[in-house]
Design a protein around this ligand. Structure first.
Ligand SMILES: Nc1ncnc2c1ncn2[C@@H]1O[C@H](COP(=O)(O)OP(=O)(O)OP(=O)(O)O)[C@@H](O)[C@H]1O
Length: 662
């Protein structure tokens, strides 16, 4: 037997065998939106109504900022519609009195004419008001969504990189993306809720004027409907939560089967038929779950309608008794029947609106929470100006630990980068090289120690000015889905560039042949996903990346730093030698170049080489000094040289090989 009055609980979803086999259990995303998934179960009419002012307040404030005239217009038209509903009921009452009054048929028709005309007039005015409200709300909705989206994007791009690396904050970014669309839907739900409330108040007012017993009757009829709507909403919410568990798993499989990156293994390893079979099995269990929930919903709706019907019958019974005992006229009873019907419809709609507002507000609240936290974690906008000329950039005893890590990625690292020099940083995987580059560029601020441009600490400097002096080419540099020209110009997007302006950067990077091959040259769109676009190979992209870096550094006349992190991983041997040569040539009196790479051949000509090991600075010096000291660098160099030279030609290092340490 279904327990109608117990709390709706979120049942642990059934896990199909296929899910267990593939994922070891249910697939639960660590995604932000799931954080508030249980908040929906707190959905009782009382709690939703109590929270209503706070929930609606934030959206209305946004709407007020977006277009206050449109907001006022919506409010006026909705209030006027409520008044029209009351006037319409009074007109109906007058018609009833005329219809059921005494006199000949012609006399009664004469008498009811004004009431009829009034009702028709009110209906016309009412529909005009509804149209006005719809058009103004239609203006507000996209405005509110745009404002909320802009706030979201602006806040997300303004936070420190450390926040982006923080899993908790990432979850918040993820969840907050749903806020703007919810804010837009809340406008519609607010308008509907206002409409239902005002209609209800108007109906209740008219009923009280007609007869004091009618208002309680309305409530008795409408209460079961309200309860039913709320109960169905809760069950729908729970249904969605259970359903979504299965949906995630089957969507993931569907995505994998059609993804380009998986296409080769899907075919060669026969992963396709295997995953398709598991997909079907998951779909079966998801369908069974949906069927079960649909049946439950049907029973709840039936129970709510039955209760409402019983209440209606009882009310009509009381009404008949009131008429029979002379306490209520037939005309008032006729009007009351109409009013009770429209009143209970308004109450049902109100319950649904409150419910929708509550659901949407969960996302809007997360959006607000994100904006608050993003403001706290934003890159400070103030700070001291960075001098045009500096002699060196110094890292002094820098320690950096990622928010979710126990041990530091960099531990008391010190190095000096004089302007005009080329510095190489080498080390095994995970030794902290990329982290060092992020600290150097001002993207991460060290927890201990300082990064200084001469004597000025980066933490005290205006960070936008620091960024302006940094050119960064990382191994996973962004392959923007824009034209080839824009992919280069985007290195300094606020600097206008004609194709001729970009030519030195293209020549520098050896990207000329890549561009020539493209159908529309520099104007070719580089994004496989769009029609007419072209996909470049990894090595070709690296040349575009190098051209972008050249464009960025060549458009900065002040003293600057150029950081290149694994720039040649996808280049063929010839192109790699050329690329290292080009990078070295970028060193200029007003520029310090830092090169991070695993390719030892590329670093031997650097002015200074720093070797990182598990976040510590293991050794530093020139290539010859480091080879002579037979330490870690010599071991790494020997290991790579051994791949190309006969073993007899390789010096025998005293320190352990890289493989011994891995
Ligand atoms: N965003 C991050 N969040 C948490 N830990 C990180 C993050 N990035 C790097 N780490 C950790 O910090 C340590 C140093 O990583 P880093 O990427 O700086 O090494 P690397 O020397 O550049 O490695 P590779 O040669 O493989 O690119 C590693 O243990 C890594 O797991």
């Amino acid at each position: 037997m279904k327990n109608f009055f117990g709390k709706v609980r979120l049942a642990e979803p059934q896990v199909s065998d296929a899910e267990r086999e593939l994922f070891g259990g249910p697939l639960r995303y660590d995604m932000g939106w799931s954080q508030h998934e249980h908040a929906g179960l707190d959905l009782t009419m009382g709690s939703a109504l109590r929270q209503m002012p706070t929930l609606v307040g934030a959206t209305l404030r946004m709407a007020w900022r977006a277009d206050r005239r449109a907001l006022v217009a919506v409010a006026i038209s909705e209030i006027a519609q409520g008044v029209a509903a009351a006037v319409s009921l009074l007109a109906v009452n007058a018609v009833m009195h005329a219809l059921l009054g005494t006199g000949s048929a012609v006399e009664r028709l004469h008498e009811l004419l004004p009431g009829l005309l009034a009702a028709a007039g009110v209906a016309v005015v009412n529909s005009a008001l509804a149209g006005w409200s719809t058009s103004r709300a239609g203006r507000l909705e996209p405005l509110v969504e745009r404002i909320a989206t802009t706030q979201y994007l602006a806040a997300a791009t303004a936070v420190e990189l450390e926040a982006i690396d923080d899993p908790d904050f990432r979850r918040l970014i993820d969840i907050a993306q749903y806020g703007p669309a919810s804010a837009r839907r809340m406008i519609g739900a607010c308008v509907s809720a206002l409409n239902s409330t005002i209609s209800l108040v108007a109906t209740a007012g008219v009923l009280t004027v007609l007869h004091p017993a009618l208002l309680p009757m309305l409530l008795v009829i409408a209460a079961p409907r309200g309860w039913g709507a709320m109960r169905v909403a809760q069950e729908r919410y729970v249904s969605m939560m259970s359903w979504i568990e299965h949906l995630r798993a089957s969507r993931l499989i569907g995505g994998l089967l059609t993804e380009r990156t998986a296409a080769q293994e899907v075919r060669i390893h026969a992963v396709g038929p295997f995953l398709l079979d598991r997909y079907e099995r998951m779909a079966h269990s998801a369908e069974a779950e949906q069927e079960r929930l649909a049946a439950g919903k049907a029973v709840t709706e039936w129970a709510a309608s039955a209760l409402s019907g019983l209440a209606m019958a009882a009310t009509y019974g009381v009404m008949i008794w009131l008429i029979a005992s002379g306490h209520m006229s037939l005309a008032v009873a006729g009007t009351a029947v109409i009013a009770v019907r429209s009143g209970s419809a308004s109450l049902g709609a109100l319950v649904m609106n409150v419910n929708q507002l509550h659901e949407e507000s969960l996302y809007v609240r997360d959006h607000g929470r994100f904006l608050e936290e993003a403001a706290e974690r934003a890159i400070p906008s103030g700070g001291a100006p960075l001098p045009e000329k500096v002699e060196r950039i110094v890292l002094d005893q820098v320690t950096y630990r990622y928010p979710d890590r126990e041990s530091p990625a960099l531990d008391s690292v010190s190095l000096t980068l004089p302007m005009g020099s080329v510095t190489a940083v080498v080390g095994e995987n995970g030794s902290g090289k990329s982290t060092l580059m992020k600290v150097l560029s001002g993207l991460l601020l060290p927890q201990e120690g300082t990064v200084r441009w001469d004597e000025a600490d980066v933490a005290d400097l205006q960070r936008t000015q620091v960024f302006d002096r940094v050119s960064l080419l990382t191994q996973d540099f962004q392959r923007w889905p824009v034209t080839a020209a824009m992919n280069i110009r985007i290195g300094r997007p606020d600097h206008d560039a004609r194709p001729d302006d970009l030519q030195p950067s293209i020549d520098y990077a050896g990207a000329g042949p890549v561009i020539t091959k493209l159908t529309n040259g520099l104007q070719s769109l580089l994004a496989r996903v769009f029609r007419g676009a072209i996909e470049l190979s990894g090595g070709e992209w690296q040349k575009i990346g190098l051209a972008r870096t050249h464009w960025r550094s060549s458009t900065c006349s002040a003293d600057s730093i150029l950081i290149v992190d694994e720039p040649t991983s996808a280049l063929d041997p010839e192109a790699e030698i050329e690329a290292f040569d080009r990078i070295r040539r970028l060193a200029a009196p007003n520029r310090a170049v830092v090169l991070v790479t695993h390719r030892m051949s590329g670093v031997r000509h650097a002015d200074r080489i720093y070797v990182l090991n598990q976040g510590h600075l293991a050794e530093h010096g020139t290539h010859d000094e480091l080879i002579a000291s037979r330490g870690r660098y010599a071991a790494m160099f020997a290991a790579q040289a051994a791949q190309y030279a006969p073993s007899a030609a390789i010096p025998n290092p005293t320190s352990p090989t890289v493989a011994d340490h891995a």
